[in-house]
Design a protein around this ligand. Structure first.
Ligand code: HEM
Length: 466
């Protein structure tokens, strides 16, 4: 049983064990737990938490139940989902970013990754970049152009992305208080800052939508075009301007940082596992032969996909999922009273010793069908599971695969000397506050040329999540 990994991870013949926070060998008091959680939400777990099936704890005023086995996860997020909160909005948004529309979005993903590659190629060999902020800028631009159309002007894109960055910085501090169950009336110093930055985003987005509506060029293929065309499933009425803007905001917020963190962790993991990196390069060279990847290539990039999936297992960007029970319930013989919080914690579930072989190792091949059965869909849940599974799952998976495939063909990234990565979760799980890495050009790795994507569906989840 492993209680801790060194900050630089552990390399051994069985594979690389990347860093994770210390696992406490004894039970923690509620106050110890809170103190640790304030700094890092994945820090206050005992070693025993990585093998239990179901547990109930008291956190401040709330009773919290944690489901940590396929059966209890299925109960909470599959069978009993309807007794927890639910939103109608989902029925409008999900079809617009669904896998069937990926042929419109995939070229934006590859083009944007190619543009980043061009920028990297102008840097001197061995230059240091912050891989986390580079990936955040990459995915922000991809989601921005997917939402507002490929023709979005540079300064508009910049205004949207800057507005969201400011908003997210302000919100992340407030959310922690809410997560700990503090009532809404407890003053949050940053509330004014959140309000101001939200207003700024609204103004920028309203302007873009108005211009596009006036010119009549809200592209049907863009998310905004889809929202303008969408009808309320109950009344058949079109969405008003505020509803269109709000949906665009949700998609931006939900779909930008998650993929950025996944990509940053993937670069880190590849930099520490030379055999995995070599196998990835071999696949990219064989399947793509130096050209830019298209949507049609995604099903052929099996190992690239396995690298992304294993990254999402070890470092799920949303490592804690919570629901509130709307009625009294019973599970595994115990009572779950109305108002309790029911949690699925991918951070624990994905490393549960009873469910995974070598759970802390970075082993992408575990996701290749030929190496045995792929994981049960109820214990691999980076995109959540059940009716509320991430609406952008196919988008996010495809985006991560295309970005890795485009950039890894030409570059390798290495952790900057002296830097140690530690995963940290405030709202989402990220590789610290920054990830300094050096860039190196791969021998013979030419910058791939752009190609139009063939219209096929891609990246459906192999675990039946969507
Ligand atoms: C690797 C990338 C991603 C991961 C790991 C991820 C994960 C998740 C998770 C865990 C949820 C919460 C579901 C629940 O509450 O049970 C979620 C919700 C959602 N995601 Fe993703 N996501 C990713 C990328 C995306 C992208 C690219 C988009 C949009 C294009 C997107 C759109 C959404 C939406 C709309 C929701 C529902 C939000 C709500 O109704 O509150 N996600 N995602």
């Amino acid at each position: 049983m492993i209680h801790s990994s060194t900050a630089s991870g552990v390399k051994n013949p069985g594979g690389f064990i990347p860093p994770f926070p210390h696992r406490w060998p004894h039970a923690l008091s509620p106050w110890q737990r809170l103190r640790l959680a304030r700094k890092n939400l994945i820090a206050p777990f005992e070693a025993a938490a990585f093998e239990f099936d179901f547990v109930s704890v008291k956190v401040l005023t709330k009773r919290v139940f944690v489901c940590n086995s396929p059966q209890t996860v299925q109960w909470a997020f599959g069978i009993k989902n309807e007794v927890f909160e639910w939103r109608k909005r989902r029925r409008i948004v999900a079809p617009i970013i669904h896998a069937s529309r990926l042929s419109a979005f995939a070229p934006v993903m590859t083009e944007t990754a190619l543009a980043l590659g061009e920028r990297w190629s102008r840097l001197p060999a061995g230059a240091t970049i912050d891989a986390l902020s580079e990936m955040a800028a990459l995915t922000a631009e991809i989601i921005c152009r997917s939402i507002f159309g490929r023709e979005l002007r540079q300064e508009q894109a910049r205004a949207v992305v800057e507005g969201f960055n400011q908003f997210q910085r302000a919100v992340s501090r407030i959310d922690l208080l809410s997560l700990l169950g503090l009532p809404d009336w407890v003053p949050r110093l940053r509330r004014v800052e959140v309000y101001r930055s939200a207003k700024r985003i609204h103004r920028v987005i309203d302007e873009i939508i108005a211009t596009q509506r006036d010119r009549g060029d809200a592209e049907g293929a863009s998310v905004i075009g889809g929202l303008i065309d969408a009808r309320d499933p109950d009344t058949g009425a079109p969405l008003d301007a505020v509803a269109v803007r709000n949906e665009a905001v949700v998609i931006f917020m939900a779909g930008h940082e998650t993929t950025a963190n996944t990509l940053a962790f993937a670069w880190y993991l590849l930099s520490q596992a030379p055999e995995v990196e070599a196998r990835l390069h071999e696949e990219l060279d064989t399947v793509l032969g130096g050209r830019a990847p298209t949507l049609a290539d995604v099903p052929k990039l099996e190992f690239t996909r396995a690298v992304v999936e294993e990254t999402l297992r070890l470092y799920p960007p949303i490592p804690i999922l919570a629901r509130e029970a709307l009625t009294d319930e019973t599970i595994v013989g115990g009572q779950v009273p109305k108002g309790s919080i029911v949690m699925v914690i991918p951070w624990l579930l994905h490393r549960n010793r009873k469910l995974w072989d070598r759970p802390d190792h970075f082993l992408p091949e575990r996701f290749l069908g030929a190496n045995g059965p792929t994981p049960d869909k109820w214990h691999y849940v980076p995109f959540s599971i059940g009716p509320r599974v991430c609406a952008g799952m196919a988008f996010g998976l495809t985006e991560a695969i295309l970005c890795v495939a485009t950039l890894a063909q030409r570059f390798t990234l290495r952790l900057a000397a002296g830097h140690e990565m530690q995963p940290i979760c405030r709202v989402s799980l990220r590789p610290g506050d920054s990830l300094p890495m050096t860039i190196h050009r791969r021998a013979g790795g030419a910058l791939p040329a752009t190609q139009e994507a063939a219209p096929v569906t891609a990246a459906a989840c192999p675990f039946g999540h969507g």
